[in-house]
Design a protein around this ligand. Structure first.
Ligand code: GDP
Length: 459
């Protein structure tokens, strides 16, 4: 479909502000604005300027100056919509903006519907549908966490995952179809195992994605937090303090490794999965070395490390090794046992920034509030994330993923029940199409219209 209309709208919010932007997009955008623009430089026309330039001048209604403006010219395809786009930076009064918009409309543009610029970006292949939806989510984000996940989606994080899964599914559809067409050359012997592997891999992936939608589940999974420190530094005491009665213990799972323990803690709405290396100190003999080795292994996968310094002892080799270990990770340093006379000297350790160290006492509960604040701050500023994964934040995406997941389960059933291979293709195709809905391939027009109608004006 070729879009020929040129659209225009006020793209900044209603109300008076320093500047306001009128955006014009379409084949005639430059020509239309040229009709009402008088350059500050005698005789300069917008149709002659280079793309991505800012041009100073006036908007004229006949002989009358409406406003003094800056005009940005972005030629296709290098604009948000992929079309010729002009943005007029006016003064931000609503009356001025409306008058300039009316003038642009009188000269040939049509008023843009809500979301129409982004819809054009989608129709012109500049962004896919999940990215288009992310644009709206970015605008509506009310906290850093929401903003970060929308930005990840806008960058194509969700689309990438979906495309990976789709490409595996389409490979199998194509393979089955070709094998059925040409049984002499393409054998389906042993194929069941191959498709079963693909199914279990992708069912797991999809399940993970679906689960990210469910905030409760994310909360349950928690920020993988590892408490590090020498034996006797006070790690267990810290854990006990954090697990205090006022906090809910969600689960208590014996870790797969013999001597690690995982505890889920809810810290005023933020969930931590604490991986404790408590067992280490029981092996009194080779203690320290084992401790550090083990810590290295666990710390590598942590989202957050809490390093407990034993304030009652001098800093030693083990501490230095831990300090080395945490410098690549998000970490919080606690100077524990600050209720007694401190022996640990931190002044000469340049890898530790003194302001970042929290004076702590696991015994007396000193510093706990600061620790909680620090974790919250790291989380909401986006420094610490839940496992660094992609989130599904859009209900439409979740539904499509679930439908696709169920179709793959049907394929799995067919394989297990040794149904003929053409049975597989039908459900595979269904799974493929459902995923396509997320990124806007094979979507119906009315769905596209519904999504973009939720956008604000001028976007
Ligand atoms: P872990 O080996 O690192 O798990 O250390 P523990 O939590 O078992 O503590 C080791 C010893 O230090 C115990 O005797 C604790 O009572 C003591 N301890 C822990 N935290 C503090 C603290 O903040 N102040 C004082 N004075 N003693 C503490």
């Amino acid at each position: 479909m070729k879009i020929t209309d040129t659209i225009a709208a006020i793209s900044t919010s209603a109300g008076n502000s320093g500047i306001g932007v009128i955006r014009v997009s379409g084949d005639d955008a430059i020509k239309i604005v040229d009709k009402v623009f008088k350059s500050g430089k005698e005789g300069k026309k917008l149709c002659d300027v280079k793309s991505h330039t800012v041009n100073y001048g006036y908007i004229l209604d006949g002989d009358k100056i409406l406003d003094q403006v800056l005009v940005l010219v972005m030629k296709n395809p290098h604009s948000y919509t992929g079309e010729d786009t002009v943005e007029i930076d006016c003064h931000g009064g609503m009356l001025i903006l409306q008058k300039v918009l009316e003038l642009v409309i009188r000269n040939g543009a049509k008023t843009a519907a809500p979301g129409e610029f982004t819809k054009r970006a989608f129709l012109n292949g500049r962004i896919d549908l999940s990215q288009a939806e992310a644009v709206m989510d970015v605008i509506n984000s009310s906290n850093d966490f929401a903003l970060n996940s929308s930005l990840a989606q806008l960058k194509g994080g969700v689309s990438e995952k979906i495309k990976e899964i789709r490409s595996e599914i389409i490979y199998h559809i194509a393979f089955i179809e070709s094998a059925l067409d040409d049984p002499e050359h393409i054998s389906l012997d042993g194929y069941d195992e191959e498709i079963s592997n693909m199914l279990s891999k992708n069912l797991t992936r999809m399940k993970k994605l679906i689960d990210t939608f469910d905030n409760g589940r994310i909360m349950k999974e928690g920020i993988h937090t590892v408490i590090l420190g020498k034996p006797n530094a006070g790690k267990s005491s810290l854990l006990n303090l954090m697990l205090g009665e006022e906090r809910a213990i969600v689960t208590d799972i014996e870790g797969t490794t013999r001597d690690t323990l995982e505890e889920n803690i809810n810290l005023n709405g933020l969930s931590l999965k604490i991986i404790d290396t408590a067992g280490i100190r029981n092996t009194e003999d080779k203690v320290e070395q084992i401790g550090v080795n083990k810590a290295k292994e666990i710390a590598a996968n942590a989202d957050l490390i809490i390093y407990v310094i034993d304030g009652s002892r001098k800093i030693d080799e083990n501490d230095l090794e831990i300090i080395e270990l945490i410098k690549e990770k998000q970490s919080i340093v606690l100077l524990n046992k600050s209720d007694i006379e401190l022996q640990a000297e931190l002044d000469n350790i340049d890898k530790l920034s003194k302001e970042d160290i929290i004076e702590f006492s696991a015994k007396e509960g000193i510093g706990m509030e600061q620790l909680e604040d620090r974790i919250r701050e790291m989380f909401y500023s986006g420094k610490v994330r839940y496992n660094d994964q992609i989130y599904i934040t859009n209900a439409r995406h979740k539904e499509a993923l679930e439908n696709s997941y169920n179709s793959l389960l049907k394929v799995k059933d067919s394989v297990e029940n040794m149904m003929p291979e053409d049975f597989y293709s039908i459900d595979l195709m269904d799974a493929y199409e459902q995923l396509g809905l997320i990124i806007g391939e094979s979507v119906e027009d009315d769905l596209v219209n519904e999504i973009f109608s939720k956008f604000c004006m001028g976007k």
